[in-house]
Design a protein around this ligand. Structure first.
Ligand code: SF4
Length: 479
């Protein structure tokens, strides 16, 4: 394993502004991010053109999720019963620590040594791979993007493309450093070269793995099935070759029926990668049956809460509809410029700016401020989640917490705005002063707080008289 490049702790210590500044001045990152607009955004647009029923599917999917969340207890019970009937076992974990303990215990009971892991954002949320490595297991990421970031000891920078921040040159160098047994001068330039090399390395890991761990895009209550969507097929090898398969997921992935799952799947691939359907869409139902050719003898589903149940019935319940398609990241001008690591959370972009404060608390309180509020994320979200409204709610909470002194300017403004005569008097005195101050070249000496703002923008020339005064004068002159 190569030396760490960016650890989660280092990222958090820098704060959002520090991380964003670094990202904007990182030439490699900027080069890597430039593909997002051409790739994901254009492909999604083309996919939607070819699917005139997309809006109707979206309306249906929203209704399915609302219904499921309203009757959550019922569908959880149904899921558990169906899963048990298929030889599976359900575990509930309130916290990331509990989820890690449950998974570690299952691995120990199986005397496991090696674990093949598919891509799972809930797994990232609980830092599962590092934990299992610390417990002494060999835990290998088998999704190519996840494998790349494991080599670099980084967190994902995108929820569907974890290594989108890397250039080909960086990948080539990392492979040459990590795969020491292969000839140093081998051809390693194209994505096909990278895939071929990773496949050769990972095949052996799949065959030798005692336990496979994957996520789930959906959980189907009527059959106890978990749904797995991938483009590499690695998830299917993780779920079918090892003797034990563990699915780590969360309750908001539940839908009542197969039919409901198919509605959401039609939105997911189009919104994520612009495909009508992903290369592999697998429905995994319980442990291996006597007449099955392959499959795990032990099948476990671990459902993590980590603050999700507090979102039920709260101002943030809408966020529980998220299907992790990544469309809001791809279309966000802030994400497009700073990439995922600048958010300091495994969930970046607009969806991360809403989810991370719920999961990480104070550490990510600044993320809802990483938005221009252009509303593009709301428009592209297939689950119609009002992301800007939810970010505004977090901002409101942060502002309320900041206390009287931090909010003094706004309180003063509100107090003036409620008293028109006092407001006009203050404007008559204050505006000429403000107008003079903004024309000074050394304004940042007078108001140091403006320095960062002034770096990339100029202050407008402010009129000496307010709009109201100008309007009244104009009106009188015309009479
Ligand atoms: S918030 Fe919407 S657009 Fe963003 S990842 Fe979730 S479902 Fe996709």
């Amino acid at each position: 394993m190569s030396q760490p490049h960016v650890s989660e702790k280092e990222q958090l210590n820098k704060g959002l502004k520090g991380r964003a500044h670094e990202a904007l001045t990182d030439a490699n990152l900027q080069k890597a991010l430039s593909v997002i607009g051409k790739g994901f955004v254009n492909k999604r647009a083309m996919a939607l053109e070819g699917c005139p029923q997309f809006k109707a599917l979206s309306d249906r999917a929203v209704a399915i999720k609302r219904h499921t969340l309203t009757h959550l207890e019922h569908y959880l019970e149904q899921f558990e019963q169906a899963l048990n009937a298929q030889g599976g076992q359900l575990h509930f974990a309130s916290t990331p620590g509990q989820a890690r303990d449950i998974i570690t215990q299952i691995c120990k009971e199986q005397n496991a040594k090696s674990i093949a892991k598919g891509k799972t954002m809930v797994g990232e949320e609980i830092n599962l791979t590092h934990h299992l490595e610390d417990e002494g297991f060999e835990c290998v990421e088998t999704d190519l993007g996840e494998y790349l970031i494991q080599l670099r000891n980084e967190i994902p920078s995108h929820i569907i493309a974890p290594a989108v921040h890397l250039t080909r040159e960086e990948i080539r160098d990392d492979f040459k450093t990590a795969h020491k047994s292969l000839p140093r001068d081998r051809e390693l330039e194209t994505p096909q070269d990278f895939v071929k090399e990773a496949r050769g390395i990972l095949r052996e890991k799949f065959i030798n793995a005692d336990v496979g761990i994957t996520g789930a895009n959906l959980l189907i209550a009527e059959t106890g099935s978990t749904t797995l969507v991938t483009n590499e097929g690695n998830g299917d090898l993780c779920s079918s070759l090892p003797n034990t398969h563990i699915v780590i997921s969360s309750f908001e992935k539940l839908v009542p029926t197969f039919e409901d799952a198919s509605t959401i799947l039609r939105l997911l691939a189009r919104s994520a990668t612009g495909q009508a359907i992903s290369t592999y869409t697998s429905f995994i139902t319980g442990a291996k049956r006597p007449d099955d050719l392959t499959g795990p003898n032990n099948f476990h589903v671990v459902l993590l809460d980590n603050g999700r149940s507090q979102m039920l019935g709260s101002d943030f319940e809408d966020m529980l509809r998220c299907i992790r398609c990544g469309a809001c990241l791809n279309h966000c001008p802030v994400y497009q410029n700073i990439g995922g690591h600048a958010y300091g959370s495994v969930y970046p972009g607009p969806m991360g700016a809403v989810l991370s404060p719920q999961f990480m608390g104070e550490k990510s309180q600044d993320l809802p401020f990483a938005s221009s509020f252009c509303g593009r994320c709301n428009e592209v979200c297939p689950m119609q989640i009002p992301l800007t409204k939810l970010m505004r709610q977090w901002r409101q909470k942060a502002t309320n917490k900041a206390g009287l002194v931090a909010n003094l300017p706004m309180h003063l403004w509100a107090s003036l705005a409620k008293r028109p005569r006092l407001y006009n008097w203050a404007m008559a005195i204050g505006l000429p002063m403000v107008s003079w101050v903004t024309k000074q070249k050394t304004i940042t000496n007078i108001i140091p707080a403006l320095a960062a703002w002034q770096k990339h923008r100029s202050l407008p020339n402010i009129e000496k008289k307010s709009f109201q005064v100008q309007y009244q004068t104009d009106k009188k002159n015309k009479e």
